[in-house]
Design a protein around this ligand. Sequence first.
Ligand code: SF4
Length: 466
Amino acid sequence: MSDSIDLAAPQAPTIGFVSLGCPKALTDSELILTQLSAEGYRTAKTFAGADLVIVNTCGFIDDAVKESLDTIGEALAENGRVIVTGCLGAKAGEDGGNLVKQVHPKVLAVTGPHATQEVMDAVHTHVPKPHDPFVDLVPATFDSKIGIKLTPKHYAYLKISEGCNHRCTFCIIPSMRGDLVSRPVGDVLSEARALFDAGVKELLVVSQDTSAYGVDVKYRTGFFDGRPVKTRMVELCEQLAVLADPYGAWVRLHYVYPYPHVDELMPLMAHGRVLPYLDVPFQHSHPDVLKRMKRPASGERNLERIAAWRRACPELVLRSTFIAGFPGETEEEFEHLLQFMHEAGIDRAGCFAYSPVKGAAANELPEAVPDAVREQRRARFMQVAEGVSAARLKRRVGATLQVLVDHAPMLGRKGGTGRSYADAPEIDGTVRLLPPAKASTQIRVGEFVRARVVAAQGHDLIAEAL
Ligand code: SF4
């Protein structure tokens, strides 16, 4: 993903910016772009036209590493002056040195993720600040609490913490992003309020482990508007629901692990104060595989927990991701996973065939599953997952849902697309809106419409706006 923003004076130096990777990386990009803009830099539309290029990279899986290295290569070829930041910047190469510097020795500077100040220091070294920030600070369109957003105006990611205390054996994120550091609850809530004030209709709460929010500060009591609020997921969600309410806005939670305290969210979800949607990256169901993966909450009885959640909140939609063919996975363990999919009724599931990530502890585990078997299992899993998902989606036909509109040319005269509470942007399905029957019905991007579902198709619903 890349973006181009033009907020500064015409003579201001220009910085090309490319943002790759997950929503957490996107929020890092937003912080850097905000700072660049506050200091008077402009962002350029092309690498070639810029005084310097910043590439925010992803280093999670091998494909992402390749994409990031290729993008850096392109930026070097077209511009020559490149600063690299993000997860790949924290990764070691084969000789133990920095991977990016090893592959692309001509880059000007490399930082890890979540390093706005280091990136800005590198920018200042190579392209001096265009003006005195104390005299000519902030462009008129800029809100200091929320900064620049790379998402459409009507939804935004809210990052509540950085890093992770777990040590899942397939993952190198803790070595790149460090241990959990929760943002102060007052700062998080101030940002949320500023986003709602600015027109955000859907707030997507992200982190590496949202359920662990506040563990690092022992759930310290912080303050928001002079009131005490615990630095803890449930209390944070209660306050976000209060802030969202006057705007009728949505609060959606990502990366929640099935810990007992997640049960406390169900009343909030059942009353629609937080969307009844949980993104829980289970990765597997078999206790032995989960142990080998060293997954958080691996000792929990997930099927029982899901059943209890659904009793408390029947509308709950679950999204998850899984890994097929993890080292040592037996056919029996894999079938346990298929059975889990049926019984848990996961609404939306993604699955990766296990692929070793350089530097991950799982690479040392014995009994690697052959590549072809991993791929077959992934395909078998997806067949089951798609069947479960389609059956659950069909149950919505005939229902009336609130839909947040993402796309609607000509005020929706030719229809449009949006999402219901069951669909997070970019990862889930959509609701395809038919051209309205009444000429007076308008469908506007960034607004909610009520729509009656007439059919389900693949991952999507088809609906008519009321
Ligand atoms: S919970 Fe596990 S997979 Fe997620 S970031 Fe932490 S170590 Fe990685």
